[in-house]
Design a protein around this ligand. Structure first.
Ligand SMILES: Nc1ncnc2c1ncn2[C@@H]1O[C@H](COP(=O)(O)OP(=O)(O)OP(=O)(O)O)[C@@H](O)[C@H]1O
Ligand SMILES: [Zn+2]
Length: 940
């Protein structure tokens, strides 16, 4: 029999093991007399720990992996190496499936590795196969990848992983290897218990990485946080005067908007940075990633969706602009720095507001988990405790490395001034004291419950614990389409009536964990905390339904709810006004939509990820027909310099006693290049033709060329045939806007917004380009009409025939023009409220709104041929929007005036825009009104 080394070379093309630890694990697994637990960082080569033994054993290795996409990566990779690997999954065409089963049932199956999800392994259809393999002793090893998913304490808990315990019982003679990159102590214990690991050999890499310098900066007290970040980036990348600079960096943000803004600001300050998030088209995303990988872009500003599988050695810093959701994830994300072993920095910008928002999101996530699987208190605490650990990391006066090591059950390391506390404890204290109001709150909260007042009983109570039932989420759960909208209206109305009947003295102070801003303010007469919380939950639900795309945590959208509520609260003088304001926002977001809308989004979302993609397992046929391919020797990977301190060792301890783990771990995704299927997933999530697309990539740098993939973005805009009114600007880069604009003024009323179309797209709307287009438009119109009717909870016109369409205009309606809402007969009280809203000082325009305005203003000029290319038009629109949105709060009217003024100014200087350099000198308006501007050579 060939030696271990020979097999390593023959099958995988590696000359040696990546580390002693890897070699030890492989040997232990091959020996097979004990179960093995492996905790090694991402990219350290865990897969080989079962793949090599699989190739050296007689039978088949069953690999459990949580995601089809991850499985596909692995299977693809193995096939490239000419290794017989396959997966059985629900997406497999019947023919392929039959062939795989036939092979498994044959006397000597060709397959060596069979990848399967925990759901599939527990499914009745797989049982006969499993039994047959067992009874013929053809199962040589059970490998459980991403084993932390088994733990309710782990952030990626997957209930189906719990079924593996039962599976284990059915395979008494088969050794098991459990692998993870993320395992705090209690997770390790769970893994051992749940998988019923026996006499476990534990192999782990210590978490401490001496080359990483950790620090925490309180963001709020900073005068100019972006400038602060910029200084940090320059230092980390050695970009000082005269210095050549080295390496690159990652800034993590929670929201897409933050990504865009931070990237813009850093670029503006001189460090070329690009945003990376799920709102970008797949092509743009891989371009950004590849530019960053190649060093063309120094800083990637990303949501957490970036980084899995990215294996770049010279990341000199990882900064968190927003708080990570747990210490485990923070460690994992920050651990992407310094993989070459050179000194690197990990910084968190901490903000109490961030903390509140994150707590809010976690609570929401927990509530939704509870809704799905019933109360599981222990599990639900995990999110909070892990988050509390993250907060403590930021707020404690102690060594950051020590905090991390303890969290993962390691001994306290010798930090040697590799953190801000060990370097300068006084400065850390001073910073904490500066955030004094914060500490006071924490102290109060801690005296009641956990840090931040996470009253566990309350959380365990789920949505009820939140104060009252949140019907806004019920429809989603049922997905049945038979939800009665009047219930919502009634609930809302009753609540208000009840709350408003309370006397002043009845004002109930907010709970400690109340997320409302200025929660105890009595500014609005008769508006109670409870009513505000209810409104917050409505906004939150609407935002979630509206946005829906970024799956990782979905934090992006939900966190806005708190701000939105506060915005309405701040600007409301009466509770009626407040109520109208909230409803308006909910409606704008497409809230109170019919359950059928909710259903359609759900369906599409599933479709986006899993349906309609080219079958990733097509090559199974070839494989089983032994055509194999001629992959030749595998691409070797240089293993050098990876985690210089990644030493570890085997200890003959039960997992429960193990102290250990990884640097930089995380849910795995092998290979940096996104797989075909992942690209499919990304693509489905991308196709936003909303105006926000104009902002979703680069373009922040003057002189930078624009990708032409935008044509793709627009290809699936519903065509004009559905209604001639849509047609009037076909071919224009702003056609997406036109669809929305048309719709607003069409019979469905002014509520049909381009954002809704975007939502459909982001939510993975069943390919509009395969759906008959007229049907597509019709569906939207119908849906919107229903939504509008539901919104008309005070309307006498619900169900009434729509009046003839208003004159079509390509301009959006004035933002708060009550007259434009002609279709619904409002209850006078609310009508009055809306009028009051209209008289309120203008709301500050969001970047999206600014963009919308800018494109509307620019579109005619594009049509007049004032831009050499469509890309220039878009790039200019982005630039202008950022200029106008930059740090200033003005209403839409003012923004529009300023936009027009700037455009006039610009075209006062150039006849036709030929290059990005043309607008290099264009500056944000300094309060000059449109009428002040002169010299325009364009009519607007
Ligand atoms: N002995 C080795 N020599 C060189 N390269 C290796 C060796 N073992 C593994 N690798 C390579 O290291 C890379 C990372 O390996 P792998 O994907 O198994 O990491 P992992 O620990 O499973 O990470 P994750 O946590 O993402 O699952 C792969 O490209 C793999 O081919
Ligand atoms: Zn320290």
């Amino acid at each position: 029999m060939a030696s271990l080394q020979e097999c390593l070379k023959k099958h995988f093309g590696f000359d040696s093991f990546r580390s002693k630890l890897q070699e030890d694990v492989v040997k232990a697994v091959i020996k097979g007399d004990r179960d093995v637990f492996v905790c090694m960082p991402t990219g350290a080569g865990k897969s080989l720990c079962y793949q090599l033994p699989a190739m050296m054993s007689k039978g088949i290795t069953l690999v459990i992996s949580p995601l089809i996409a991850l499985i596909q990566d692995q299977v693809d990779h193995l096939r490239e190496l000419n290794i017989p690997a396959c997966s059985i999954n629900s997406k497999l065409p019947a023919g392929e499936r039959r062939m795989i089963f036939a092979d498994l049932e044959s006397q000597s199956p060709k397959l060596k590795l069979l990848y399967i999800t925990p759901e599939m392994v527990a499914s009745p259809s797989f049982q006969p196969c499993l039994t047959s393999l067992c009874s013929r002793q053809l199962l040589s090893l059970l490998a459980v990848d991403e084993a932390h998913c088994v733990s309710q304490w782990g952030h990626d808990f997957r209930p189906d992983y719990l079924k593996l315990g039962r599976l284990r019982k059915r395979l008494p003679g088969v050794a098991c290897v459990a692998l993870t990159a993320t395992a705090p102590q209690k997770v390790q214990k769970d893994i051992g218990d749940s998988l019923q690991l026996r006499s476990v050999l534990s192999y782990t890499t210590p978490v401490f990485r001496s080359n990483l310098y950790y620090d925490v900066i309180f963001r709020e007290p900073l005068e100019d946080p972006y400038a602060h970040l910029h200084v940090f980036v320059k230092q980390a990348l050695s970009l000082g005067a005269g210095a050549k600079g080295q390496g690159c960096g990652i800034v993590y943000c929670r929201t897409r908007d933050n990504c865009e803004t931070v990237a813009y600001q850093l670029t503006r300050l001189g460090v070329l940075s690009k945003a990376y998030h799920a709102g970008l088209k797949a092509g743009d995303r891989s371009e950004v990633q590849s530019d960053w990988m190649q060093g063309k872009v120094l800083v990637i500003v990303a949501t957490i969706s970036f980084g899995m599988g990215v294996d770049k050695a010279n990341v000199r810093f990882v900064a968190h602009w927003n708080l990570a959701k747990s210490l485990a994830s923070y460690y994992q994300e920050s651990g992407r720095a310094g993989r070459d072993g050179l000194p690197s920095s990990c910084r968190t910008y901490y903000s109490p507001k961030d903390k509140e928002q994150m707590a809010f999101l976690i609570r929401k996530e927990v509530a939704s988990k509870q809704k799905k699987r019933g109360a599981q208190k222990e599990a639900d605490k995990a999110g909070f405790t892990d988050f509390e650990a993250m907060v403590s990391f930021c707020e404690q006066e102690s060594c950051r490395h020590a905090t991390i090591s303890k969290f993962f059950g390691n001994a306290v390391p010798n930090c040697s001034k590799a953190c801000d506390y060990c370097r300068d404890p006084k400065a850390v204290r001073a910073q904490l004291e500066k955030g004094n109001h914060l500490s006071t709150r924490i102290a109060a909260a801690q005296s009641q419950g956990g840090a931040f007042g996470f009253d566990r009983d309350l959380y365990a109570g789920g949505r009820k614990g939140y104060g009252f039932e949140r019907h806004d989420e019920e429809g989603d759960e049922e997905g049945s389409g038979d939800e009665d909208p009047s219930l919502r209206k009634k609930e809302f109305g009753n609540l208000f009536k009840k709350q408003m009947n309370l006397s002043k003295e009845d004002f109930v102070l907010p709970d400690e964990d109340c997320l409302l801003r200025e929660a105890s303010s009595r500014k609005v007469p008769r508006l109670t905390v409870k009513a505000r919380e209810h409104c917050l939950s409505l906004l939150q639900g609407a935002l979630n339904d509206h946005q829906g795309a970024e799956k990782t945590f979905n934090g992006d959208v939900d966190s806005l709810a708190v701000d939105m509520e506060y915005e309405v609260f701040k600007s409301s003088k009466s509770s009626n006004l407040y109520k109208a304001g909230v409803l308006k926002k909910v409606r704008e977001l497409g809230g109170f939509t019919s359950a059928s809308h909710v259903y359609s989004l759900k369906r599409k979302r599933v479709g986006a990820g899993l349906r309609g993609s080219s079958d990733p397992f097509q090559t199974a046929r070839q494989l089983l027909q032994a055509s194999g391919g001629d992959a030749g020797p595998p691409a070797g990977t240089d293993g050098g310099g990876f985690y210089p301190d990644a030493s570890g060792g085997s200890r003959e301890l039960p997992v429960t006693e193990t102290a250990a783990r990884d640097p930089a771990g995380g849910p795995s995704q092998t290979g940096p290049a996104p797989s075909k299927k992942q690209q499919k997933i990304q693509e489905a999530a991308k196709t936003s033709r909303n105006i926000s697309l104009y902002f979703q990539k680069k373009a922040l740098v003057a002189g930078e060329t624009e990708d032409t993939g935008s044509a793709e973005t627009e290809r699936d805009i519903p065509p004009a045939e559905a209604d001639p009114g849509i047609n009037d600007n076909s071919g224009s880069p702003a056609e997406s806007v036109a669809v929305g604009s048309f719709s607003r003024t069409d019979e469905v009323g002014e509520d049909f917004r381009p954002e809704e179309l975007e939502q459909e797209q982001l939510g993975g709307k069943a390919d509009p380009d395969t759906e008959p287009r007229a049907e597509y438009v019709k569906t939207h119109l119908k849906m919107n009409r229903k939504h509008f009717q539901l919104n008309g909870w005070v309307s006498g016109a619900v169900g009434a025939d729509p009046p003839p369409p208003a004159k079509r205009s390509r301009e959006p309606p004035p933002p708060q023009d009550p007259g434009s809402r002609r279709r619904v007969t409002f209850n006078p009280q609310v009508q009055e409220s809306l009028l009051e809203v209209a008289n309120e000082p203008p709301k500050p325009a969001t970047l999206k709104e600014v963009a919308d305005i800018v494109v509307h203003c620019l579109d005619p000029l594009y049509k007049q041929g004032k831009f050499a290319t469509k890309e220039l038009f878009k790039s200019f629109a982005r630039h202008l929007s950022h200029l106008l949105a930059e740090g200033r709060s003005r209403g839409r009217g003012q923004v529009k005036a300023e936009a027009k003024a700037l455009i006039r100014k610009f075209f006062g200087g150039v006849k036709r825009c030929e290059s990005e350099a043309d607008w290099r000198l264009l500056r944000a308006p300094s309060g000059a009104s449109a009428s002040d501007e002169k010299g325009s050579n364009v009519a607007m």
